[in-house]
Design a protein around this ligand. Sequence first.
Ligand code: ADP
Ligand code: ADP
Ligand code: ZN
Length: 231
Amino acid sequence: MTTANGIRLVLFGPPGAGKGTQAQLLKESLGIEHVSSGDLFRHHLSNGTPLGELAQGYMNRGELVPDEVTIDMVIDRIDQISDADGFMLDGFPRNTNQAGALEAALRERGQRLDRVVHIQVEDGELIRRLSNRYVCRACQRPYARDAKTGAPPQKCAYCPDGGEIYQRDDDTEAAVANRLSVYHQETAPVLEFYRQRGLLADIPGEQPIDAVHHAVLRILDAAHAGAVSKS
Ligand code: ADP
Ligand code: ADP
Ligand code: ZN
């Protein structure tokens, strides 16, 4: 029986793997809601909320913001999404405690994840990508320097007034190095959590953006067919 339920997935991978890039493409092609914990924190930061103030120091150092505030922030956002829309999480969960809390919160709501898509990229390439990353302040879409000229983009191609392009405060060499070490120590164990649940799909991330997008779409087709046949 076919249900109107949207797909629920996690886009997983180290900083710079292309999660945000792929999320934008999936949002356009499938209309799934994008829930990025980093974007939520940056929103709090630019609005000067107490949560933003608390998060700022952790973010600038490339450390994880404490679970006590992070989990509630993300679950509150998920609660605003209708069953029919589905969601993709980007940047959450980042440790096994967050993964367990997410599983419990979804279970309470009679929901579960359909798939965890792991985009794999080596550290050297991640460092190159993050040092060349520019972001639209309005819509948070990631951009890169022009491969030929080395010039950053002038304005956002997707925002009506051409949103301002900037470099994130935490894409510095020191913060990036710390984010990668936090990824390997605290975040990578989440892969095993999802592997045990049969949810994990690995995708090579060092190929053109379009090729990664098509690989994700193929995995989601299979996941959704599975989700529907189980219902
Ligand atoms: P994440 O959300 O995982 O931290 P982003 O989507 O912000 O990663 O991508 C990081 C940087 O790498 C951005 O500048 C983006 O334009 C670039 N990028 C994303 N995917 C690819 C790819 N497949 N090949 C080359 N560069 C990419
Ligand atoms: P990237 O993918 O480039 O590492 P994000 O935008 O996902 O960047 O995250 C930026 C920062 O926000 C992280 O370095 C961390 O300080 C904080 N953050 C984002 N998501 C989480 C999370 N799930 N748990 C704890 N801290 C987080
Ligand atoms: Zn924009």
